[in-house]
Design a protein around this ligand. Structure first.
Ligand code: PHE
Length: 467
């Protein structure tokens, strides 16, 4: 958890029986920056563009946007509300907040497993970003020839040694940041650097849309063709909405447990979702016009960012300089997301096992290195191992994004809408009646009860070909 500690004067410590008093975030901006620090990452610059490319463009984007508002956002708000009320890790939060004996805490457990699965492939992709920093510096990827950039990417991922080294280096960096306790510093840095990354994306987007032949890319992004919307495409857009908002697994519940009592939760969540979605769309506008202009296949899959982005930089003034900054800032953005995932894991272990934070962090990092290797090696040594027809990389991605997050989201919505109690939800979201937002909260309750769960069940049944 990246957090800004408050001084006792700023915000009172939140005391909850049976749990350690928690330091709270200090300001509204601090909360927004911290939650965005987890949300913005590879999901925006890598996953959103490549999935849009493999899923046919505009139709996928439309379902993603609808999923953010109807599915992800209500679940995000619920997570924040439950987390702040319980002031505990997700598993204990459900134990405290559910009055019945029903095993709601299982949602927290699924979430912890989900974070492990996400990290297993996320650390590999972050490793690719890391590996591109020296390549940007030595100029080896500075070319407008997509065949060359593709070759460089393929040789990076098909070499088992480099694939493992970059992943483990990334994990070592995350482990160090957490055990040195400098994630607060990283968060402060993110606050400054994220706007620079956004500006850089705007610059790249402008270059991209002005390339000759770029309009086909804009058409791909914005001309609606619903024929591409098959059941798996819809499910993956739903999964992406949860993945992007870091919601459906308890990470955001942990963040909620650090929120000050006077924070307007729905307001913060809406701002967070809008900012996060805009950054994803911006990355799409930076990439797709160039994809079409450079003759790259839009459905290239996970390599898309790494093949395309260097060619855009190579076609603009001061391109190499901007490219170095781009990969450095992108790497820093991925750190925020990874730290939030690892800290969720470590905080959970810490409240359970009597071991120091350093030891638990080290154990988690080693376990992730061992397990994640299966994803790292899925384009080389383990290329032929395909459980359920998917490589380990794709399997971890599929299971975490398309199964654990939406299932977690479904149960969180059911809990908040039906089981937690209307009074508790209203108390948490209106700050005990001090905010003037009862209308909004009432509308949210209807969505949580009827819209989110029903849509999620339909999407699941549809993708299982039951309806
Ligand atoms: N939202 C992050 C991203 O888009 C990934 C993430 C998912 C982080 C779930 C935390 C929890 O990169």
């Amino acid at each position: 958890m990246q957090m800004e500690k408050s001084s006792a004067r700023d915000v009172p410590q939140q005391e909850v029986k049976g749990s350690v008093a928690r330091d709270l975030f200090t300001s509204k901006l601090g909360v927004l920056a911290a939650t965005l620090g987890s949300a913005v990452g590879l999901g925006n610059i890598w996953k959103f563009p490549y999935m849009t490319g493999t899923s046919g463009g505009a139709g996928f984007i439309l379902v993603y946007i609808l999923s953010v508002f109807l599915l992800g956002l209500p679940v995000l708000i619920s997570e924040h509300a439950i987390g702040r009320t319980a002031a505990a890790n997700p598993i204990d939060a459900f134990r405290k907040e559910s009055k019945s004996k029903a095993p709601w805490w299982l949602i927290g457990t699924i979430g912890i497993l989900g974070s492990f699965l996400i990290l297993s492939f996320y650390t590999e992709v972050s490793g690719w970003v890391l590996a591109y920093i020296p390549k940007a510096i030595d100029g080896s990827i500075f070319t407008t020839d997509a065949a060359v950039t593709e070759g460089i990417f393929v040789s990076l991922i098909t070499n088992p040694v480099t694939a493992l080294v970059v992943q483990w280096l990334d994990l070592a960096i995350i482990g160090l940041i957490i055990s040195l306790g400098i994630s607060k510093g990283i968060e402060r840095a993110t606050k400054l650097l994220l706007p620079i990354l956004v500006v850089l994306l705007v610059v790249v987007a402008i270059r991209s849309v002005t390339l000759p032949g770029a309009s086909a890319g804009l058409e791909f992004l914005f001309r609606l063709d619903l024929s591409a919307l098959t059941a798996p495409v819809i499910l993956s857009a739903v999964g992406l909405a949860f993945f992007k908002l870091s919601t459906g697994m308890g990470v955001m519940m942990t963040y909620g447990s650090y929120f000050p009592k006077d924070l307007n939760i729905p307001n913060n969540a809406v701002k967070m979702a809008l900012a996060d979605m805009s950054i994803a769309l911006l990355a799409g506008i930076a990439i797709f016009p160039a994809v079409f202009a450079m003759g790259i296949k839009p459905d290239a899959g996970p390599p898309l960012l790494f093949i395309t982005i260097p060619t855009v930089f190579a076609s603009m003034p001061f391109g190499q300089f901007f490219m170095i900054i781009f990969f450095v800032l992108s790497f820093i953005a991925t750190i925020g997301a990874q730290v939030s995932l690892v800290e969720a894991l470590v905080t959970f272990l810490q409240e359970r096992v009597k071991m120091s934070r350093k030891v638990l962090t080290t154990v988690s990092i080693i376990a992730l290195g061992a397990f994640g290797s299966m994803a790292a090696l899925s384009s080389s040594t383990l290329a032929d191992v395909k459980p359920f027809g998917l490589s380990f990389f794709d399997l971890f991605d599929f299971v975490s994004s398309n199964i654990t997050l939406p299932i977690g989201g479904l149960f969180i919505a059911l809990f908040a809408g039906w089981f937690w109690g209307k009074e508790k939800l209203f108390a948490a979201l209106t700050n005990n009646g001090t905010l003037n937002n009862r209308g909004i909260v009432s509308a949210l309750l209807v969505v949580l009860r009827f819209v989110t769960p029903v849509l999620l069940v339909i999407v699941f049944l549809h993708s299982l070909k039951i309806i």
